[in-house]
Design a protein around this ligand. Sequence first.
Ligand SMILES: NC(=O)c1ccc[n+]([C@@H]2O[C@H](COP(=O)([O-])OP(=O)(O)OC[C@H]3O[C@@H](n4cnc5c(N)ncnc54)[C@H](OP(=O)(O)O)[C@@H]3O)[C@@H](O)[C@H]2O)c1
Length: 359
Amino acid sequence: MKRVEIVQLGLGYVGRAVAQIVIEERKRWMESLGLDLRYRAVADTSGALVGEELLPQAIRLKEDGGKLSELGVEPVEDVLEAEPEEGVTRIVVDLAVHGGTFDLDLLGVRNGSCLVLSNKGPLSGDSGQYESLIEAAGDRLWYEATVGAGMPIISTLKGLVDTGDEVVEIQASPSGTLGFIMSAVEEGKSFSEAVKEAVALHYAEPDPRDDLSGLDVARKAIILARTMGREIEPSEIPYESLVPDGLEEVPLPEFMERLPEADEEFAARMRSVGENHMLRYLARIPAEGPIEVGLTEAAIETPFGPINGPENVFDFRTRRYSDVTLTVTGPGAGPERTASGVVGDMLDIVRKIVRNEED
Ligand SMILES: NC(=O)c1ccc[n+]([C@@H]2O[C@H](COP(=O)([O-])OP(=O)(O)OC[C@H]3O[C@@H](n4cnc5c(N)ncnc54)[C@H](OP(=O)(O)O)[C@@H]3O)[C@@H](O)[C@H]2O)c1
């Protein structure tokens, strides 16, 4: 039997979906894989709830907007510093937001844990930070869900590189929110209506400026570029913001109220697009040279022309896929789909342990 324990950072939308899958599926994994998978701890910003007796209560509490400290928590560092029992593999699963968990991830891998991420922050910071994590984690790092949620994007890219193909360029529309907004405007909605609809449908973050700023796409571009083997600093990737001038810092209600001020300028930009072209928010990541993130006129017959709603498109041009590119398309967001990417990584770790035991 393989004994594996999870220390999970984050019990938000994705974190709760991961915990639900683990609770529902682990009996089957025990039978099919001989896997004994348990939660060592789950953490939010208030600390770590140790053990799994209170996990169902914790999930309900977080759904209602509570903090785990209401159930009794310990510092996350203490949990990560304590060695797992002999024979137990620990997986640190970082489903938190942005940069606040980098030190915890580093502590985990330095103490021998495997690391699974849906959080882009730890892999998209400055190169010194990135390299220290990569060096400490070695081959114990999995991050499929950071780009394209549950879609096989990182595994596809690694498969191309590992089998000796040369990636010439990746072009991607990796933001469901921006894809949705662009196609809604094409259908005749105003920019402000499209943004409000994206928020109402939970495609966009509660503060849609997080998506409109382009930072999320830039982070994904950095992760893809680094996976291609490029050494880059985030500052080398200028990204175009769709947040209207003057509304960057105003409170959210004022932002939403004043958003129609930008409608005419956005509509004019749409009207200026050439015939048989569509305006798309894309990332272009060549093997060498500048990485571009921003609005681009895409010809209608390319994979980016027909994007509909929150769909993601990743187009790989490689030595082997040159005349006809390799295109992966699908819904690149949503807690349950993201969770399936995360759980898929966890099961990969288990399969790797089995292979190592057999060697
Ligand atoms: N949702 C998607 O479709 C999707 C798709 C791909 C990738 N992702 C990525 O997956 C991650 C989670 O997304 P989400 O939608 O679940 O976000 P969320 O609902 O905002 O949840 C984030 C969780 O992380 C916790 N957290 C934040 N900082 C922490 C820290 N320093 N230590 C421990 N816990 C911390 C938060 O705790 P509190 O509750 O105390 O604030 C919260 O429980 C994000 O990085 C996101 O970019 C999401």
